[in-house]
Design a protein. Structure first.
Length: 255
């Protein structure tokens, strides 16, 4: 572009400096600054309100979060305490169960021991009952035998009293008690030719079924005494015993 050619045209259209300013020559443009400022003011107010609401909401949420955290911590503390209490109760309950189990075992052992002791006592009682019954049967049998023997002796005594008096006189014999209900002592004299007053005696036991000689003086051989007793127990005649024992005494004194 040629400056020399442009300048004349501008110089021809430019008004005189004294009559018009440059601003007046610019076209009038309505930029709407007032509306823009109003809109920006409204936006700023809304933005500030939004920020304020956001800040309040953040504060509220933070406070609510803190409260929730505090509640959760309190709940956790309470639950921990509850767990400790439950654990303590559980331990106590387990100890109680263990103690009861031990007591139960002790009671079972005691019951077993008592049962065994009872069984032993029952067995002993049954054995004692059997022994008592056997002893009672034996006693009854002996009593029956004694009664029968006493009856025989009593029956025989009715016939032997005169005969016994005869042999007492002829055998130089006297009859004494021997300190027991079922024993008699038979004392002989006129046996020793050198001393007619010398005595010889024996004790007769009549408590059993058969006669039995317990003691004698002077001492006799037991076998000979048993032979005499065998004859007496076979015949059941007392005179056989009296004559046989006198013969044994005479034999001993002559020797």
């Amino acid at each position: 572009m040629n400056m020399s050619s442009f300048e004349p045209s501008m110089s021809t259209s430019r008004p005189p400096l004294g009559s018009q300013s440059l601003a007046d020559t610019l076209p009038k443009v309505n930029f709407g600054f007032d509306e823009l400022r109003e809109r920006m003011a409204r936006f700023t107010a809304k933005f500030d309100a939004f920020i304020e609401q956001g800040r309040k909401r953040v504060l509220e949420e933070r406070n609510e979060f803190r409260m929730n955290i505090a509640e959760l911590q309190e709940d956790q503390r309470m639950k921990k305490k509850d767990i400790e209490i439950i654990q303590l109760k559980t331990n106590t309950y387990q100890q109680t169960i263990a103690k009861e189990a031990a007591e139960t075992r002790e009671m079972q052992q005691a019951i077993e021991q008592l049962t065994q002791q009872r069984d032993r006592q029952l067995a002993q009682r049954d054995a004692l009952k059997e022994q008592i019954a056997a002893a009672q049967r034996e006693i009854d049998a002996r009593l029956a035998a004694q009664r029968a023997h006493a009856a025989r002796l009593e029956e025989q005594a009715r016939y032997n009293v005169p005969e016994l008096d005869f042999w007492v006189t002829n055998l130089c014999l006297r009859i004494e008690g021997a300190g027991a209900p079922d024993r008699l002592k038979f004392v002989y004299t006129h046996i020793d030719e050198r001393d007619w007053d010398r005595e010889a005696w024996f004790e007769l036991c009549m408590g059993g079924r058969d006669y039995n000689v317990k003691h004698c003086r002077p001492k006799l051989e037991r076998e000979k005494v048993e032979k005499v007793l065998e004859r007496v127990n076979e015949t059941r005649e007392l005179v056989v015993l009296l004559k046989g024992m006198r013969e044994l005494f005479v034999e001993v004194m002559r020797a």
